[in-house]
Design a protein around this ligand. Structure first.
Ligand SMILES: Cc1cc2nc3c(=O)[nH]c(=O)nc-3n(C[C@H](O)[C@H](O)[C@H](O)COP(=O)(O)OP(=O)(O)OC[C@H]3O[C@@H](n4cnc5c(N)ncnc54)[C@H](O)[C@@H]3O)c2cc1C
Length: 703
């Protein structure tokens, strides 16, 4: 077989040597545009010491690579005046030049032909039974068949530049520096005992403020040297064709077309902060060679290769995306104390959580526990030992919630069982503020004395847990059948009651059409909320929450998808928030001052044209100014046609943003199932409470 490989980077060279080793009779030719020994960049890091698949694929290159490894087992986070170290993080680094030289030598030894200074620009002229596009992220082969491969690029929001330095770091180091221009970070790691890679990254505003958008290479070096002088300890930065660029994440719909196959960066990229690009590229090569050996035809092998690799790489890309989002927003966490900042950073990608970190470095996690416990108790003196953060109390006004786990029940009779589960806070489900505010005929209410008494009796049986009531008005989602499996199925005419909402927009095509509220309706509903609040206080709840999400009445005012009013209650976010704030103020006036008042708020509608996160942060800030103590972050369900995005920790990211930008306590929700998960969220300052999806008998999660 004749195999043509375009690109002599890690993917192209490793593929060629592995295939030649497996099938020596194949004619394999690599075209590389650079001269031999010339390469960009400095060192690459592998996020693991044991490259088992490399050992199995070719023991000789494996030992040569690992013999040249610099191995270290900690991450340093230099933040403010402090450097925090977390151990148990095994990484290994190697100079890119050495890696390529080893692969190159092995290729020649096995009989691969390598032609340097051969730039391929006429893809049509390439010959071979199999053509391997290993020509990097800007692959000409892929672009020549772009309609077949379906590449999609997304540009990162930061700018970064890749330097080298003779300062040999003894760990993977993240350094953060704030100055009058903004916030900057460096990712530094050693790679050959004499040099380290030093990548500087910042948001675009900081970059422009510092004049780096117009700076020459020498000026950029001078700026970064002075900014990171403490970490560089007198060493200079070295460039290698270094320039400020944005990271491009690439995905391809298909990884092969006819006899052309993509490997490495030509097929996918993953943000450099999780140090995986070279490893992924080389693992692609292993998978492609394996597929060529087990399948009889080239097309069968290429399909097999894609089936094997694409889902794995996409999982990695998701972790890299989370890490990238973190580094795009580090400024948001500037206010955090160093230990929390460091914990947040280390658990940023969702791959490493609290328990993993504790296994890696129990001293570091122990320090986090002690710091967290001291802060929760408002003390400066650290305790000698402390329980994990989930078990620290949370104080909101005069209420102390005994731990950071919340759970939820639908009916008064389920409250006691939920409290026995050990949760610090037990929420009711949606409780209607009037008969017309019900979602369906069985929605519990708080608009009559007997209802307050029933809830009150249930509360008397509870000890240890705090209790919260969620008061709401269903708006356009009212008058539906009991939610037994199906939701939002309207009651028959005759059974249904009149619906009110911000605008005359039905929830589904089959729903009853709501009346757009006028001043009189607004007054009436506001008074219903006041009455319900008084009753809830008399029943003995510790916390009251107003539902402003999921397409219910107050949420319908906030979202532009459900509010097309032209009066002062429609328009920009400040206007759309006007009525919900009026209700909030009325409730705050009724609810005892020493008790906390929260809001369940939609921060995204998961639908085009819906609430933006920026709107949600503005809403949270306004609510905070009006005396809100806690936001439970919700998403979707504003319209029946929303498209949910269930990433790992999907609602936690929103809770994190609201908490750290609006500066008030949040509850994270969304399939949080373990205490480990909750510890990761709470210790990292992503939220203050976690609503766990529990299995307490009789519990359902409907609203
Ligand atoms: C800032 C930064 C830091 C990184 N750090 C790490 C890290 O620490 N660890 C890690 O594992 N990865 C890291 N990576 C990723 C890593 O560099 C790539 O993922 C890896 O090099 C991909 O290998 P490849 O062979 O697919 O592509 P490349 O290494 O890009 O190789 C492609 C080759 O094709 C050649 N070529 C391109 N077009 C043509 C043409 N038309 N004709 C002939 N030849 C051509 C190029 O000259 C090049 O030699 C980092 C990336 C960046 C941007």
């Amino acid at each position: 077989m004749r195999v043509t490989v375009v690109g002599g980077g890690p993917a192209g060279l490793y593929f060629s040597l592995l295939l030649k080793k497996a099938e020596p009779e194949h004619d394999i030719r690599v075209y590389e545009r650079n001269p031999e020994g010339a390469t960009y960049g400095w060192g690459v890091v592998f996020s693991d010491r044991t490259l088992t698949s490399f050992r199995e694929a070719d023991y000789k290159t494996y030992t040569q690579i690992t013999d040249n490894f610099i191995i270290w087992d900690s991450i340093d986070i230099s933040y403010g005046e402090q450097v925090l170290r977390c151990g148990g993080q095994v990484f290994s680094g190697i100079s890119r030049k050495t890696l390529l030289a080893l692969l190159h030598e092995r290729c020649l030894e096995l009989g691969v032909t390598i032609e340097h200074q051969r730039e391929i620009d006429d893809v049509g002229a390439l010959e071979g039974d199999l053509i391997v596009a290993a020509d990097g992220v800007h692959s000409v082969l892929r672009e020549a068949h772009a309609n077949r491969f379906g590449p999609r690029f997304s540009s990162g929001r930061t700018r970064y530049i890749w330097f080298g330095t003779e300062r040999t770091f003894d760990s993977f180091t993240f350094a953060f520096r704030a100055n009058e221009h903004g916030f900057f970070q460096a990712h530094a790691y050693p790679f050959d005992g004499q040099m380290s890679t030093f990548i500087v990254e910042c948001d675009r505003t900081s970059w422009r403020n510092a004049g780096l958008d117009e700076a020459s290479e020498a000026e950029s070096i001078a700026y970064c040297e002075s900014l990171f002088a403490p970490g560089l300890r007198g060493h200079s930065l070295r460039s290698n064709n270094s320039r400020w660029i944005s990271f491009e994440t690439l995905k391809n719909k298909s990884w092969h077309h006819a006899n052309v196959v993509l490997v490495g960066d030509a097929a996918h990229t993953a943000h450099f902060s999780i140090g995986s690009g070279t490893k992924l590229a080389m693992e692609d090569s292993i998978a492609l060679v394996n597929a060529l050996q087990v399948k009889d035809t080239i097309s069968g092998a290429l399909s097999e290769y894609q089936l094997e690799r694409k889902p794995r790489v996409e999982r990695f890309q998701e972790a890299a995306r989370q890490s990238q989002i973190y580094f795009e927003n580090t400024r948001r966490y500037q206010h955090m104390e160093p230990l929390q900042f460091a914990f947040h950073l280390l658990s940023r990608s969702g791959r490493i959580d609290y328990d993993d970190l504790r296994l890696r470095d129990r001293h570091f996690v122990g320090a986090v526990d002690r710091w967290f416990t001291a802060r929760a108790a408002d003390r400066d003196v650290l305790p000698a030992i402390a329980a994990p953060p989930t078990f620290a109390p949370l104080r909101l006004r005069g209420t102390t919630i005994s731990n950071r786990i919340a759970t939820r029940v639908e009916r008064p009779e389920d409250l006691a069982a939920a409290a026995r589960s050990g949760a610090g806070l037990v929420f009711t489900g949606f409780v209607a503020v009037s008969e017309d505010a019900r979602i369906s005929p069985d929605t519990p209410g708080m608009y009559a004395e007997h209802q307050a008494s029933r809830w009150g009796s249930a509360l008397e049986a509870i000890s240890g847990a705090s209790t919260a009531i969620t008061l709401g008005h269903s708006g356009a989602r009212g008058a539906t059948r009991v939610r037994a499996g199906l939701v939002d199925v309207p009651l028959e005419e005759g059974e249904a009651w009149d619906l009110f909402a911000a605008s005359t927009i039905p929830y589904t095509a089959r729903s009853h059409i709501p009346v757009a509220m006028d001043e009189a309706h607004m007054k009436e509903v506001r008074e219903d909320f006041e009455t319900a609040t008084r009753l809830a206080a008399s029943a003995g709840f510790d916390l009251c929450e107003l539902h402003m999400g999921h397409g219910y009445l107050l949420g319908s005012f906030i979202s532009p998808l459900t509010n097309n009013r032209t009066d002062e209650y429609g328009g920009e976010i400040e206007d759309r928030l006007r009525y919900p704030l009026e209700v909030f103020d009325a409730v705050r006036a009724e609810w005892p001052d020493e008790l906390p008042l929260g809001v369940a708020l939609n921060v995204s509608d998961w639908a085009p044209g819906g609430t933006t996160l920026q709107d949600a942060v503005s809403a949270a800030k306004a609510l905070k100014d009006h005396g809100c103590d806690l936001i439970r972050v919700l998403a979707g369900q504003t319209t029946a046609t929303h498209s949910p995005r269930y990433d790992p920790y999907f609602l936690t990211h929103y809770a994190d943003r609201v908490r750290n930008e609006a500066g008030l306590a949040t509850i994270a929700t969304g399939n949080i199932t373990t205490v480990d998960h909750a510890n990761t969220i709470v210790a990292g300052g992503r939220a203050d409470l976690c609503l766990l999806r529990t299995a307490v008998s009789g519990l359902t999660q409907k609203n």
